[in-house]
Design a protein around this ligand. Structure first.
Ligand SMILES: Cc1ncc(COP(=O)(O)O)c(C=O)c1O
Length: 467
């Protein structure tokens, strides 16, 4: 029998020597060597059975492992996840907000947030992130916007915020927590990309430190745990824990992988024991790299120099966003050149930027390879000083007619976009950057939506709800 999937994974390893993306372990055996974990995978591949405890009713070894994690992070309780941060986010939302109730969320929230709204019949109240119109990237959320949303929607059950956003930028989570709790609402922090924040003083503060109610970590992203491992931390008494655990059980596999759970424990052991040195050296290497980038003509690092602008209060130094707008190059092109010519795969690219994720698993060699590659690419490119605006601001919030669940249950038809004005969309159309929906299912198509669709998507037809 052919094994196309297995082959593609092995080929990937041959083609890409430098993995500048998640998972955080970057296949570095060195990190695991004191435990031997990487050599025992088949032996450890168990699920809930007598002797190894139960994910949904932990009483012994798993309970103890979770208690160790809670102590490490300073949470009241920490619950391990096997279906990624997505599942922690979905269960959190479903435990806090019910059918027909409201949740305040950023317009550019992760798709797990929208999936939970759809499943639970929740009505979203959107807040807009600020956008850096030079680079096209969606940045922070102004705490005053959250306050406005809370006063205008007093029945909202809570607020969900991503911390950091996908590019590593953080809003003022401390101010946001104070505001949300002033109104006695629940704050859910999607900290999928911030499970490492706790381990270095130069990293932003975590939602746990500011007393957020629920904080979700995707530990496979920035810590050396296996893909799909995560933690849901409970910090307060504002949430019905029974409901939360009920949804976690409903949404996750009934055969949770103990390899994932154990990898999570091992990752925490590594950072608890050696994290200071590992993160110090990561910080040093990245700082040197960024200094070197400053000397390359036409290349700009989006960095903590943005703190204080666009409602940004913190930046994750391990994410390196490089902007190529002054060169005659798109981010997509740089991503392809890095992969094809240098064996370097970055986390993502957009028209203007690439995002490289460094972790404690990256050796010095990786930094010099990345620097040499970017230097060469920039030297070959032409300086054009294109400061052109990548985002057709101002962005726009269309009228919400149906909740995501109501929209899902309606019939739809596909029509020519020229006839769409005034109709309610049955689909979601986004643009990247800024990584935000132009219209979501259940919202009314208006003049501005049509303008944005024209600028970004060249949409000929659109699915609309039959009314
Ligand atoms: C901000 C944010 N939240 C949630 C998630 C979902 O995390 P996971 O892939 O672990 O389910 C991601 C994934 O990239 C993310 O970037």
């Amino acid at each position: 029998m052919k094994t196309p999937l297995y082959n593609s994974l092995r080929d990937y390893g041959n083609k890409v020597q430098y993995r500048m993306h998640m998972p955080g372990h970057k296949s570095l055996e060195e990190l695991y060597k004191t435990t031997g974990f990487h050599k025992e995978m088949l032996n450890l591949d168990l699920t809930e059975i007598e002797g190894v405890d139960s994910l949904f009713h932990p009483r012994s070894s798993l309970l103890e492992a979770q208690e160790i994690a809670a102590n490490l992070y300073g949470a009241k309780e920490s619950i391990f996840l096997v279906n990624g941060a997505s599942i922690g986010i979905m269960a959190s939302i479903m435990a806090v907000v019910g059918e027909g109730e409201e949740l305040i969320i950023p317009r550019n929230a992760h798709r797990s947030v929208f999936n939970a709204l759809l499943l639970a019949g929740v009505k979203p109240i959107y807040i807009m992130p600020e956008i850096d119109f030079d680079t096209g990237v969606a940045m922070g959320i102004n705490p005053l916007e959250i306050e406005r949303a809370l006063t205008e929607n007093p029945k909202a059950k809570g607020v969900l915020i991503a911390h950091p956003n996908f590019y590593g930028f953080c809003s003022d989570i401390e101010a946001i927590a104070k505001i949300v709790h002033k109104y006695d609402k629940v704050l859910i922090v999607d900290e999928a990309c911030g499970s490492h924040f706790k381990f270095h003083k130069e990293l932003p503060i975590s939602g746990i430190e500011v007393g957020a109610d629920l904080i979700v970590h995707g530990t496979h992203k920035n810590l050396p745990a296996l893909t799909q491992s995560g933690i849901l931390h409970i910090y307060s008494n504002r949430v019905d824990e029974k409901k939360l655990k009920h949804y976690l059980m409903m949404l996750q596999s009934s055969s949770p992988s103990y390899i994932l759970l154990a990898s999570l424990e091992i990752a925490l052991k590594i950072v608890e024991e050696k994290g200071i040195d590992l993160f110090n050296s990561l910080f040093e290497n990245i700082s040197l790299l960024k200094e070197s980038f400053k000397k390359i003509k036409g290349v700009k690092c989006l960095d903590n120099n943005l703190i204080g602008k666009y409602s940004i209060a913190g930046y994750d130094f391990s994410k390196v966003v490089i902007n190529f707008q002054q060169l005659n190059l798109r981010g997509y092109e740089v991503e392809a050149i890095l992969r094809d010519r240098y064996g370097i795969q970055c986390e993502l690219s957009d028209p203007a930027n690439i995002l490289i994720t460094f972790t404690i698993a990256d050796s010095r060699e990786v930094f010099s390879k990345v620097l040499a590659a970017i230097e060469e690419i920039a030297t070959e490119a032409e300086i054009i000083n294109d400061k052109g605006c990548l985002t057709e601001g101002p962005w726009h919030l269309p009228q919400l007619v149906y909740t995501p669940k109501e929209a899902e249950n309606k019939g739809w038809q596909e029509i020519d976009i020229s006839h769409a004005k005034g109709r309610v969309s049955a689909e979601t159309l986004s643009s990247f950057p800024p990584g935000m929906p132009i219209i979501r299912a259940g919202e009314r198509v208006d003049e501005r939506v049509l303008e944005l669709l024209k600028a970004y998507r060249d949409v000929k037809n659109i699915k609309v709800i039959i009314e």
